[in-house]
Design a protein around this ligand. Structure first.
Ligand code: FAD
Length: 587
């Protein structure tokens, strides 16, 4: 294991790791709390500018939710789009955000984000191991809003060969097994479509065959997947960049307290396996602990649909339990409670995994494919299923009556399940037996029987499916306008017509999966300025304290205008925090 990473077992204390003389508190220039995209982008930027950086990570592995994510960043006017000839004035994304965010449009932070997002991408591509691939055909979520784009505003972490990390690859958080194919991640976009089309196209079959063959070799040689994709690739590339720049890491060591002297943050206390260690940070402490998706108390306060805090099933890792927000508050910071939504909503289904743990599987891909509907217990549709996960869940929450459980069912036929998969149950040739046996997938030969097994009103479901099928065959959805936006259509199947997102539910057996309110992360966070400096209750920056990622109140004001609006700002404000820290050190 690299000597710059100290972990939970048999490692030296943070004192030695942080370069302390015996008997003195360990010292660094910048102490970063958390190792997701937010924290690592600060660490890499600050270290590249010559600062001595220590990253404290609560979990035994590095990468946070970022390593489980799709790895997409929303960065309008990014250099990859420009290289492809997609140029737009900064006024266009501004117009879009003004239209969506309304009175939550914070001009200072939005301008900082729009101006520096492209610079952040260039900085990382030119100076570090981070590379991106373009998302030039990825549309914004609200295609009807002024300033919406049909592409050119997204980039994704480029696939990465885990062997580049050497032994440090073992430190990277791996995606849950059920979100991979035999441990191998599938990249969104072309890679995914090759796997879905492997039975229909020789080219796709060869692609899938090559990937699987390489995976088999990796399993034999390295005991794990090495073709990293999506968020795992982004986190892997950030980790490699940080290690190249001599950033030091301390895993299994949550930050439990900030050291505040004369109103300025001077360091923090880490709870290491060897006891509490006070680390002094000459330039500042950066909170990047990933928000509060697993803090029941804060959920109770801020999630309207979770009156006890328990009625919410986040897809983020359990270590993100609101520590960053509490640490900030202890130093005089304030959580922004005025966002439209406090979380990045996504419907999830609950799957008992082989090891007995329960995975909250986010339904990001299946809902828009042709031949699926979402219904409540009354058997009625309540949403355009091809809309964004956030909009879809808002509709679900609005559809249930007061006191009713916010649950629904995704319903499809066997052909759909075998073609696209349904939630965690994968398409052909992966067998369905296990998903049926453990109750994840409810199946029945007829819709009537399926409804009975799920507790859905059979007559309601029959009427809904009949009307839906009649219109779907004609490519129309008079009830919800499915297929009406570019984002809807991209969520569908480009090979399916006349509407890529609409198809009938026809031949049994039929399948259903129960969905519940969940999230990809949280939006409510600490109030900051445009340089990611945390603001005190008097509205002035708290000296020595920064926040980025989901510990910073979302620059989107609790709206979800496009995919990648958490990672794009997380890395941009991380980069800006790193620059501000470096400027202070130089000046
Ligand atoms: C399945 C899925 C797909 C997603 N896809 C996308 C996408 O494509 N684009 C996008 O923009 N967003 C996506 N998201 C959301 C995105 O992953 C998160 O919003 C983002 O990763 C948050 O980054 P972060 O740096 O704030 O936190 P994280 O990446 O979660 O990192 C926070 C780290 O802090 C650590 N930590 C917590 N408390 C402490 C403490 N006290 N001391 C030290 N360390 C601590 C945690 O263990 C964790 O490692 C997705 C989420 C999921 C679940």
């Amino acid at each position: 294991m690299t000597d710059r990473v100290q972990g939970t077992s048999g490692a030296a204390g943070a004192g030695a790791g942080a370069g302390a003389a015996p008997g003195t508190a360990p010292v660094c220039d910048v102490l970063v709390v958390g190792s997701g995209a937010g924290g690592l982008s600060v660490a890499v930027t600050a270290a590249w500018h010559g600062l001595d950086v220590l990253v404290a990570e609560k979990a035994p592995k590095l990468g946070g939710t970022t390593a489980w994510s799709g790895g997409w960043l929303w960065i309008p006017r990014n250099p990859l789009a420009e290289a492809a000839g997609i140029r737009e004035d900064v006024e266009e994304p501004r117009r879009y955000l003004r239209a969506i965010l309304g009175n939550r449009y914070d001009a200072g932070r939005i301008d900082a984000f729009l101006e520096n997002g492209p610079r952040m991408v260039s900085f990382f591509e030119e100076n570090t191991a981070v590379r991106f691939v373009a998302g030039n055909a990825v549309p914004d979520f609200d295609g009807d809003a002024p300033g919406a784009a049909t592409g050119g505003r997204s980039v994704c972490g480029a696939p990465y060969d885990g062997r580049e990390l050497g032994e440090a690859v073992a430190l990277l958080r791996r995606p849950p097994a059920e979100m991979t194919l035999m441990g191998m991640g599938i990249a969104s976009g072309a890679d995914l479509w090759h796997f879905l089309n492997a039975r229909r196209s020789l080219r796709s079959a060869l692609h899938a065959g090559r990937r699987l063959a390489r995976h088999a070799v990796d399993l034999v040689r390295h005991g794990r997947a090495m073709q990293l994709v999506n968020g795992e690739a982004l986190a892997g590339r950030l980790l490699k960049s940080a290690l190249d720049l001599k950033v030091r890491f301390r895993t299994g060591s949550p930050v439990v307290r900030l050291i505040v002297e004369e109103g300025a943050v001077r360091g923090a206390v880490l709870r290491t396996p060897d006891g509490d260690v006070a680390v002094r940070a000459r330039r500042g402490v950066v909170l990047a602990a990933g928000g509060f998706p697993h803090d029941p108390e804060r959920r109770r306060e801020l999630f309207g649909h979770a009156p006890t805090g328990a009625e919410h099933w986040s897809a983020a890792p359990p270590d993100n339990s609101g520590d960053g927000l509490r640490l900030g508050e202890s130093a005089g910071a304030e959580v922004d409670r005025g966002l439209r939504d406090a979380g990045a909503w996504a419907p999830v289904s609950r799957l008992v995994q082989r090891d007995g743990s329960v995975l909250h599987f986010p339904h990001l891909i299946d809902r828009g494919k042709p031949g699926l509907i979402a219904v409540t217990a009354a058997g009625r549709r309540f949403a355009n299923e091809a809309n964004s996960y956030h909009a879809f869940m808002r509709d679900l929450l609005a559809a249930v009556g007061p006191g009713e459980e916010a649950a629904a069912w995704l319903v499809c036929d066997h052909r759909f399940q075998r073609r696209y998969g349904l939630g965690a149950s994968k398409p052909f040739p992966v067998p369905l037996g296990r998903y049926r046996r453990n109750g994840y997938l409810v199946s029945a030969p007829t819709l009537e029987e399926l409804a009975r097994r799920c507790g859905i009103d059979p007559a309601g479901l029959a009427a809904t499916v009949e009307a839906f099928n009649r219109d779907a065959r004609a490519g129309r959805d008079p009830a919800f306008g499915r297929g009406g936006t570019p984002y809807n259509r991209v969520s569908g199947d480009p090979g399916h017509g006349p509407n890529p997102t609409l198809g009938p539910i026809e031949r049994g057996p039929f399948h259903a999966v129960r969905i519940l309110p969940g999230s990809l992360g949280t939006f409510a966070g600490l109030k900051t300025d445009a340089a990611a400096r945390v603001l005190g209750r008097d509205g002035r920056p708290i000296a020595g304290l920064y926040a980025t990622g989901n510990d910073m109140a979302s620059v989107m004001g609790g709206h979800y205008p496009s995919g990648g609006i958490t990672l794009g700002p997380a890395m941009t404000f991380g980069y800006l925090a790193g620059l501000d820290l470096a400027r202070k050190a130089a000046g």
